[in-house]
Design a protein around this ligand. Structure first.
Ligand SMILES: Nc1ncnc2c1ncn2[C@@H]1O[C@H](COP(=O)(O)OP(=O)(O)OP(=O)(O)O)[C@@H](O)[C@H]1O
Ligand SMILES: [Mg+2]
Length: 405
């Protein structure tokens, strides 16, 4: 028998019934107390992650269940271990053939893979899909955590090390983690990493209390091991940019192209190819926006895209996400966004320097670069190789409404 145990699918139902009888929630403090365990371990139990035998037995006993009746007897040392904090439903997923291949490649080839893109663009969905479809069987251990609750690194490492050691080690720092990354093939997925990055300065720098994450990234990239850390963020982490090169992969996710039409149709919309394409362009191919606007078009226009387009307005549906993005910008970045919103044509760097003065060109360049790292501005090249910048229509509308009187 292995020293760590996990509950079977059928066993979960038995535990669920027993829990209800007791009147406990799934992570009740009374349950943790009675089983001499932590909430984190109890959560793992529910997610069918192997935990220490002793904790497993006590969790079952506390709720009045015979542990042998609910045990997953198929678990062996060779079983792939997976601890996905927030399961993702990817049953409806369109396109992204190239991105799926690129991400798979990046994860399998590198020690550090970085996936960036604005809110709603599909980062979480893409990772869920690539894991499910292409890389599930290739790692001994997969652990996914969202940093949206801003966990301090020691807290997060404790959680990860406990998982990677099958519950045997309950403490551990970066060095312990590195040992496991060497010993077995692990995939660590950290989502919503922008949450622990500084606000009001240029993009991609960790807040002072999260500086040790920078150390984690550097060690994972530079030390020898057979695992991968996948960082997902709305902002490109500057540390990773410093580390650009061997064993680091970057993927910046852009909007959906033609495949957006399938998504819009699946959402119940009807319209010519041209109308659907126009709608997709208005929302920058952002699947999050497209789903929300589809719901509005359904309700107000019976799903007929042309009738919405005829209204001549762009409803800002991604308001909440855009609020979050804008609350993170520096004053200069906000000024640049306002200028780009007001200028109907794409603006060159020299035009922005002229319009936003007095300030140094260097400062402006850094701020524009930062906005690119946040995926908030679009870049294009003119015939004379001059780079120009502009905003997606929905973003432009949001900026105008919020900042331009
Ligand atoms: N290729 C796709 N096909 C169908 N639906 C998609 C696709 N990509 C994303 N979606 C859907 O669009 C919505 C937004 O996607 P997702 O949550 O992955 O964005 P995100 O980039 O992770 O955003 P955030 O930065 O806010 O976490 C979700 O409802 C998701 O299911
Ligand atoms: Mg996400």
């Amino acid at each position: 028998m292995v020293s760590s145990l996990r509950v079977s699918k059928e066993g979960l139902e038995i535990v669920e019934q027993a829990r209800k009888k007791k009147g406990w929630t799934k992570t009740a403090a009374a349950w943790c107390q009675a089983a001499f365990t932590t909430e984190a371990t109890l959560k793992r139990f529910w997610r069918q992650v192997p935990i220490q035998q002793d904790s497993f037995i006590k969790i079952c006993e506390a709720v009045g269940v015979n542990w042998e009746d609910v045990l997953d007897k198929t678990l062996s040392p060779g079983t792939l271990r997976v601890d996905w904090e927030e399961p993702i439903d990817v049953s409806v997923f369109y396109g992204r053939t190239k991105e799926l291949a690129d991400l798979e490649n990046s994860i399998l080839k590198n020690r550090l893979a970085v996936l960036t893109g604005m809110g709603g663009i599909g980062k979480t969905a893409l990772v869920g899909k690539v894991w499910e479809k292409q890389i599930k069987g290739k790692f001994d251990y997969t652990i996914q955590r969202s940093l949206s609750t801003s966990p301090l690194l020691p807290e997060l490492l404790k959680d990860i090390v406990e998982f990677l050691s099958d519950g045997e080690q309950q403490e551990g720092g970066i060095s312990q983690l590195m040992e496991y990354l060497r010993k077995q093939r692990c995939l660590l997925i950290l989502d919503n990493v922008e949450t622990i990055m500084s606000i009001g300065t240029n993009a991609g720098n960790f807040c002072p209390e999260f500086q040790d994450y920078s150390e984690l990234i550097k060690r994972v990239k530079s030390e020898q091991h057979k695992s991968c850390l996948l960082v997902m963020s709305r902002e490109r982490p500057q540390d990773a940019i410093w580390l650009r090169g061997e064993k680091v992969g970057f993927l910046a996710l852009c909007g959906l192209k033609k495949e957006a039409q399938e998504l819009l149709k699946e959402q119940g919309l009807s319209g010519s190819e041209k109308d659907l394409e126009t709608l997709n362009t208005l929302y920058g191919g952002n699947p999050g926006s497209l789903k929300l606007i589809s719901s509005l078009i359904q309700e107000l226009f019976n799903g007929i895209v042309l009738n919405y387009l005829k209204s001549g307005t762009i409803v800002v549906v991604l308001k909440e996400i855009l609020e979050q993005h804008f609350s993170r910008l520096s004053d200069l970045e906000t000024q640049i966004m306002v200028k780009l919103a007001v200028n109907s044509d794409p603006s060159s760097l020299s035009l922005l320097v002229e319009e936003i003065s007095p300030l140094s060109t260097a400062e402006l360049m850094q701020a524009v670069k930062s906005l690119i790292d946040r995926a908030l501005i679009e870049k294009s090249c003119t015939e004379v190789d001059d780079v120009t910048f502009t905003l997606q229509p929905e973003v432009r509308k949001y900026v105008k409404r919020k900042f331009v009187k």
